[in-house]
Structure formats: C-alpha cells, structure tokens
Design a protein. Structure first.
Ligand code: SF4
Ligand code: SF4
Length: 373
C-alpha cells in the first residue's frame, strides 16, 4: 500500500507479449515501449519462465529489460522447469541456460515452476529444493519459491517439509476462490499460515473474467459504473492481505495504464457482489478453460483442445448465435483433428492447471456440435 492508502501490486508477466505473427517474431519496439510505460507507472516486477513462448519470453527479458535498464530499476522472477529434469545436475544445466537467455546472473526470486503432485515427486527425487537453497546461498537469487497448482493439503505438506521457501505463486481470482478444484482460498490461507509471501497468477482467469454474463455485468455496473470487469478482478486479488504481487500478462499499452492505476482496497459489499457473480459463473454450463494451451503439446492426436472448448463455451453463452458458431466449428474441424479422434488417454489432463476432465468434455463438445443437432 502506498502513502495515499491506495494499492498497486501489478507485476508484468512476460507470457503473452505482442507478436508479429507473419514475421514469426515478437514486436520488440512495442515491448520496449510497454516496459518503459510500466516502469514509469511505478511497476518494478518482471516475470518469465524457461517454457514461456518457447524461450522468446526470456529473450524479451534480456533485450527489453536487462540490456536497457539497471537492475536497481526492476526485479526479476525466473522459474526452473524442474519437471524436465532427469537428475540433480540437470537443475544447474537449466539454470545456466536461463541465466544466459535472460542475460543476467541474478534473479530476485527463483522458483520451481508448476508444482503439483507429480512434479513435486520429481522435485524431491532430484533434490530440486536443495538446488534452490544453494542458489540462494550462493547469492544468485534473493528469494526462492515455487508456483503451485494442486490441493491445499499437499501445499501444507510441502511447506512443512520445506520451511526454506520464501514465496509461493498461486492461481487466485474471485471465480476460483471457493472452487473445489483450484482451492484458491484454501491455498492462500495455507501460505499465509506458514508466513510466506503470496504472489498471484491468473487474476483474470486467463481473460475469461473480462467478459461476464449480462446479469453479473449489470450488478457490478450498478455499484461502480466506471469499473470494467477486469478492474473488478484485479482489485479483488490486490485487496487480499499478504498478497505481495499480482502477475498480469499484458500485451497492449492500454492494459498497462488500466492495471497500474492505484485504487482503494475492496469493501465488504464489493466482495459480496463478486461472490454473487462467481455463483452465476459456476451455475452455467461453460467449461472452465482459460486457453493456456498447456494441454495441447501432450495430446498424441493433436486435438486443438482449447479452441474446441472456446467454441463450445460461445455456444453455451450465446445459443441464439448457433447459426454463426456451428459453421465456424465445421470449418475448424475440416482443417484440424476432430474431437472424435480423442482416444481418452487423459495425457492432457495431468497438465491442465484447471483440473478439467478434458476427455469427458471433448466428448461433450462432439455431441453438442454433431450435425443432427
Ligand atoms: S484424452 Fe483425448 S484430448 Fe486428451 S490427450 Fe488423450 S487424445 Fe488428446
Ligand atoms: S484445457 Fe486446461 S490446459 Fe488446456 S487450455 Fe484449457 S485450461 Fe489450459
């Protein structure tokens, strides 16, 4: 919180940067301008990971931040893809590659990326927490932590076994706050109980909270006519005590201005309104897919899972536009693997941070769009 009592904890996630799709490259000038605008608005945190944008995210950190600014002007978060390691020595190999890609020896926060049950077992098997400790002791990172996608119970166990951890990066947003799959609230309370710092990812749930059903939209507008749905989502997470940083993937200049505008913490009646919106969102039949595409690489049949889920959700949201959506689906299936190609292997499901039962939903998509409907 700053001197005037207002809050702004927005970190710049280098996850969805502006791209020149035709040239197959990032728009470096546009990223430079966004970095300058973000720092000028009082932001200091940049976040990257080995796997983001196939390595281009780290290159963007080097070109647009590290090579252009002194490290006293910013803080940097990097993550180790521990799940790709096959030995303790692999940790050092990835770390050195990350240092090189980012053009720096030092990270303000160094994390294990994406701990869940499966990746936690890998982390223990290859002593990846020891690697984190050694990085910190060697002065190569100021704080250490992990990003997390699993139950609050497992999180509690990990933090009991690893009190050396300083920071946990959690998926928190008002729609997942009471979710039985994501357990945002329970995970948040667990991290606070252990006295660790909370960093937040997915505050707008991959952009899905930017557009709300009409009734919810109306309710929020009746309270604050000048707040957008994104403002509401960001203000919810930033108002939580103990949250130090909220990462936001920004790829347009206007998002910098919107996300960096300081505001006062939400009041009880505003939090109640968001609980009502969350109830409406969960009463619908939409698939809670954020479009992150983490599942896609693991599908042996190359099914464009999030694209099918997006079409399905559009049909649920706007059934009167059936005549427009079905031809798009038909066109899409003509050029891509069809949902019927799904062999229910569930390899995608272990990589979905939203814990979606993808194979069941893919079948539902197919049934919904089948020609005889
Ligand atoms: S369950 Fe279906 S969609 Fe998922 S990876 Fe297997 S084939 Fe692909
Ligand atoms: S199904 Fe899950 S992993 Fe795949 S895009 Fe959606 S949220 Fe991401």
């Amino acid at each position: 919180m700053n001197k005037t009592g207002t809050i702004n904890k927005t970190g710049f996630g280098f996850l969805r940067l502006p791209e020149d799709k035709e040239a197959g490259a990032l728009r470096w000038d546009a990223i430079d301008q966004m970095v300058d605008a973000y720092l000028a608005a009082g932001g200091i945190w940049f976040d990257t990971c080995y796997t983001y944008m196939d390595g281009l995210s780290e290159e963007a950190i080097r070109r647009c931040v590290v090579n252009r600014k002194g490290h006293n002007q910013y803080k940097l978060i990097e993550k180790l893809p521990g799940y790709l390691c096959h030995s303790y020595e692999d940790c050092a190999r990835y770390f050195q590659e990350e240092q090189k890609r980012c053009g720096t020896d030092f990270f303000d926060v160094f994390m294990l990326h994406w701990l869940n049950q499966e990746n936690y077992e890998i982390a223990e098997q290859y002593d990846e927490f020891r690697f984190l400790r050694e990085i910190k002791e060697a002065g190569l990172a100021e704080r250490i932590g992990f990003s997390y996608h699993d139950s609050a119970d497992l999180l509690d166990t990990i933090l009991q076994r690893h009190p050396e951890i300083d920071v946990v990066l959690l998926q928190i947003n008002y729609a997942d706050w009471e979710s039985a799959g994501i357990e945002s609230r329970k995970c948040y309370e667990t991290v606070i109980k252990h006295g660790k710092s909370v960093f937040v990812m997915e505050p707008v749930k991959g952009g899905t909270l930017a557009e709300l059903p009409p009734k919810s939209e109306e309710l929020l507008r009746s309270i604050h006519p000048d707040w957008s749905a994104v403002d509401w989502a960001l203000r919810f997470v930033q108002s939580l005590p103990g949250v130090e940083l909220v990462l936001s993937g920004m790829n347009r200049m206007e998002q910098i201005e919107q996300n960096l505008t300081p505001f006062n913490a939400l009041e009880a009646k505003e939090i109640d309104a968001l609980a009502a919106v969350s109830m409406e969102l969960h009463s619908g039949t939409s698939i809670p897919c954020t479009g992150c595409r983490y599942c896609v690489d693991y599908c042996p049949e190359n099914i464009a899972i999030p694209d099918y889920f997006r079409l399905y959700n559009e049909l649920q949201k706007w059934p009167e536009e059936d005549w427009k959506i079905r031809p798009v689906y038909k066109q899409f299936t003509a050029h891509n693997a069809k949902p019927t190609a799904c062999i229910a292997c569930k390899s995608c499901e272990t990589h979905c941070p939203q814990h979606i039962k993808i194979s069941d939903y893919i079948r539902k998509v197919e049934e919904t769009f089948r020609c005889d409907h």
